[in-house]
Design a protein around this ligand. Structure first.
Ligand SMILES: [Zn+2]
Length: 376
């Protein structure tokens, strides 16, 4: 039997569930930190476990370039290669082909594109992508799809969505059912309600282990993104996990859980950590800002992460960042991932306790406050 999902609690449309996989369980709603090349940059797997991370995401496109299929396969899969015991989800490469390679050529069977590293010609299609993900020993594989840019006109979005569906059929065909492993379909159709509806209804016929909303977080903005989720969610099956790809800010996550989304991934907590951006209960701050030079408080007084718990000060982090020490990136990334995991687990508990609206509204209000502590 492939992986299984159990819906445990509902509060309004918000859902708490559990996914049982060959590599452990995933409590939903879940946030997956991104480990593009098989590393959540700067953070050891043990630290991720301590924070409460259930699952991480890695990118097929990047891994097929470096270190390549053979090395990962010889290591016994990506989890063994990187020393991560839990489940992993790999994307299929479709999104990166669009976003990273300027020279991609799509045909009925797949995509030929130039490597963003050395310009060499590469090929991805459903068969290559799914077999690649199998060689990575990925717990959850994603179908190979065409991710459309934003904006895109209706006819092109329709044509692309239908091509992605034909690729979804092929992806499913090349995926070997294994105990506790799964494959997710990806809904396309840009911002067009009827196209999203058609895409979901077609994908349901293929009986995937979960369904994802793709083609979002590509520049459409928060309002449109929420609108697309709202317009699509009613067609999703109740008994499968629902994954919103590449989204997003804490606010996006809260509002999407409210609509019934179960899984998220986003580079924000990790990428921001490397550029000095910090997520706190009261909004974001940038540690590089001069006002933190003499601020001897932790990043977030209420945070229980390893960095805040030992009172590493904003002043010290500002200093580390100023001199370009890698410890700044490590500390900030640890804190940020902790913030996201704490947020998602807080939300999960509120669904179980049937006070999701109360908890999420307070969260959203607090984010608006800004760094209030500083004004004291
Ligand atoms: Zn912290």
């Amino acid at each position: 039997m492939t992986l299984s999902f159990k819906l445990q609690h509902k509060d309004g449309n918000a859902r708490a569930g559990i996914i049982h996989t060959a590599h452990g369980t995933i409590e939903t709603p879940a946030f997956m930190p991104v480990g593009t090349y098989g590393a959540v940059k700067g953070i050891q797997p043990e630290e991720l476990i301590k924070i409460g991370v259930n699952i991480i995401l890695a990118n097929t496109y990047h891994l097929m370039e470096r270190p390549g299929k053979v090395i990962i396969e010889k290591s016994g899969g990506l989890r063994k290669f990187m020393g991560w015991q839990g489940p992993i989800l790999t994307d299929s490469g479709g999104f990166q082909v669009m976003s990273l390679s300027k020279m991609s050529k799509v045909d009925e069977e797949g995509v030929t594109f130039k490597s963003h590293l050395d310009g060499s010609s590469l090929r991805l299609n459903p068969e290559i992508s799914i077999k690649m993900q199998k060689s990575f020993d990925s717990t959850i594989s994603m179908i190979f799809d065409e991710c459309t840019p934003y904006p895109i006109d209706y006819e092109l979005a329709k044509k692309s969505m239908r091509l992605s569906f034909r690729w979804a059929e092929k992806s499913k065909k090349y995926f070997d059912d294994r105990n506790g492993y799964g494959i997710f379909g990806i809904v396309q159709g840009s911002i067009y309600k009827d196209l999203r509806e058609e895409s979901i209804k077609e994908l349901i016929q293929l009986n995937f282990d979960g369904l994802a909303l793709g083609g979002l977080a590509v520049g459409e903005g928060h309002e449109i993104m929420v609108e697309v989720v709202k317009n699509s969610i009613e067609y999703f099956p109740l008994d499968k996990p629902r994954y919103l790809m590449g989204v997003g800010y804490p606010k996006d996550i809260i509002e999407s859980v409210k609509l019934g989304i179960d899984m998220f991934d986003c580079v924000l907590p990790t990428r921001s950590g490397r550029t000095g951006k910090v997520f706190t209960k009261y909004g974001e701050l940038n540690i590089k800002n001069a006002k933190y030079k003499k601020d001897f408080r932790p990043l977030d007084i209420k945070c229980k992460c390893a960095v805040c718990a030992k009172n590493v000060s904003r002043s010290y982090l500002h200093h580390l960042s100023n001199i370009g020490d890698m410890l700044a990136s490590i500390y900030l990334t640890l804190h940020n991932i902790n913030h996201y995991i704490e947020l998602i687990s807080d939300i999960r508990n509120s669904i179980i306790n049937k006070n999701f609206d109360e908890v999420s509204e307070k969260r959203l209000k607090d984010y608006q406050k800004g760094d209030i502590d500083l004004e004291n």
